[in-house]
Design a binder for this molecule. Structure first.
Ligand code: DOR
Ligand code: ZN
Ligand code: ZN
Length: 419
């Protein structure tokens, strides 16, 4: 159905202007004043932004539908103003073949309420698949083990993965934590009887991240492929990325809302609900990430939405899986940060819309005539409290529960749909 979003403050050409938007056949047909359509949606005192692109989510299908599925995950996306997601391949089975990718696409195609794409897993034994796979948003490499069994530690294999990516002009996305350091620290921790989430950052350390980022960057320098470092969590890690970017092209990086808004201290309060990989780091690291946001070192903010059930999280530290949901709270947190002048709306849109579209070649992320009507209406002055049990994500909890945020998602439109 066609409609007009009337009299909002619309984010076009990198600023807010009082305009209306005519949506026709799922596309933005006109941006202007006094536009006509039988269906009008009053947007007075509301802001209209491009729908967010979350380039890093774990919607858990196949293999872990008790945590999330495409219906609940995409509903959570819409509740958070996200209109496009890119899903990670650490499923069961992992998404490392064309057949698996096609199956995922089919399920998402029938269940998802938002636009989607799939990252493709690079493993030790699927180089041939990497050479031919169609429809991969990126080749995802786990340099340190996390949820699932994807892990590449062999240097020669890694070099081949980067080379195939270079040849095919596909970006390599990496989870950068050094497997040897993690293993060593895990053994020490067990010897000492450590058994609490407060020790997570002593196991998955800044050093583990930095060493792994360094390795990925060195290989990228040699091969020249596009490299995207996922969820940078430490000052040290970000400094390595910064130095590499000064020196050459084709390097981008991401930070998550949880690494921006929580520090390792959160583990004292919420225990395993603050256990994720990479771990939360110190307040100084958090400050460095914010500085990276402001200085343009950080390219994108993506959630690493990694739902696990509360029951799974309530086990003892070692048994509890790593990961936190985040897709519903990213935009409210970022709007709250805008209200607190930690960044401006222009930067927010670059981080969550424009740049992810650029990195992953999506023709979305901007409000302009002719593009898909992926839009989110937000009220920058509205307040809300994040509450467990009221969320769309199947796991229905948030590490930000009880947080009071100023800035609220009012309504989300995907491809001009009005539901
Ligand atoms: O905390 C994490 N959870 N880090 C990852 O790398 C994977 C993710 C998950 O899938 O649960
Ligand atoms: Zn990861
Ligand atoms: Zn992830």
């Amino acid at each position: 159905m066609d409609f007009v979003l009337e009299d909002g403050l619309v984010f076009v050409g990198s600023k807010l202007v009082p305009k209306s938007i005519l949506v026709k056949d799922g596309k933005i047909a006109e941006i202007g004043q006094d536009l006509f359509s039988p269906k009008k949606i009053d947007c007075k005192s509301q802001i209209i932004l491009p729908g967010l692109i979350d380039a890093h989510v774990h919607f858990r299908i196949p293999g872990a539908g008790q945590k999330e599925d495409w219906k609940t995950g995409s509903m959570a996306a819409l509740a958070g103003g996200v209109t496009t997601v890119l899903d990670m391949p650490n499923n069961n089975p992992s998404c490392t073949t064309q057949v698996n990718l096609d199956q995922k696409e089919k399920i998402a195609g029938s269940d998802s309420q938002c636009n989607f794409g799939m990252h493709f897993g690079a493993a030790n034994d699927n180089l041939e698949d990497l050479k031919t796979v169609q429809g991969a948003a990126s080749f995802k490499v786990f340099l340190g083990s996390s949820t699932g069994n994807l892990l590449v530690t062999s240097e020669p294999v890694l070099k081949k993965i980067f080379s195939i990516a270079k040849k095919r002009n596909i970006v390599v996305t990496v989870h950068a934590e050094d497997e040897d350091i993690i293993k060593e620290n895990t053994a020490k921790a067990k010897e000492r009887g450590w058994n609490h989430a407060r020790f997570h950052s002593k196991i998955r350390t800044c050093e583990a991240e930095a060493k792994s980022i360094e390795k990925a960057l060195a290989l990228q320098e040699e091969i020249g492929n596009k490299l995207h470092i996922c969820h940078v969590s430490s000052k040290e890690g970000l400094e390595l990325v910064k130095a590499a970017k000064e020196n050459r092209e084709n390097i981008t990086c991401e930070v998550t809302p949880h690494h921006l808004f929580l520090s390792e201290d959160a583990t004292e309060e919420i225990g395993n609900l603050a256990k994720m990989n990479p771990s939360l780091k110190s307040k100084e690291d958090v400050r460095a990430l914010w500085k990276g946001i402001r200085k343009g070192i950080v390219d994108i903010v993506a959630t690493d939405h990694a739902p696990h059930t509360l029951q799974e999280k309530q086990q003892e530290y070692w048994a509890a899986p790593s990961g936190v949901p985040g897709i519903e709270t990213m935009l409210p947190l970022m709007l709250d940060a805008v209200n607190h002048e930690k960044l401006d709306l222009k930067r927010l849109i670059q981080l969550c819309c424009v740049k992810p579209a650029k990195i992953y070649n999506l023709r979305r992320g901007e409000i302009k005539v002719g593009s898909s009507a992926d839009l989110v209406m937000v009220d920058l002055g509205a307040k809300q409290t994040v509450k467990n049990g009221t969320l769309q994500t199947k796991c229905n909890w948030s590490p930000f529960a009880t947080w009071k945020l100023k800035g609220k998602v009012m309504r989300t439109f995907v491809n001009g749909r009005l539901e």
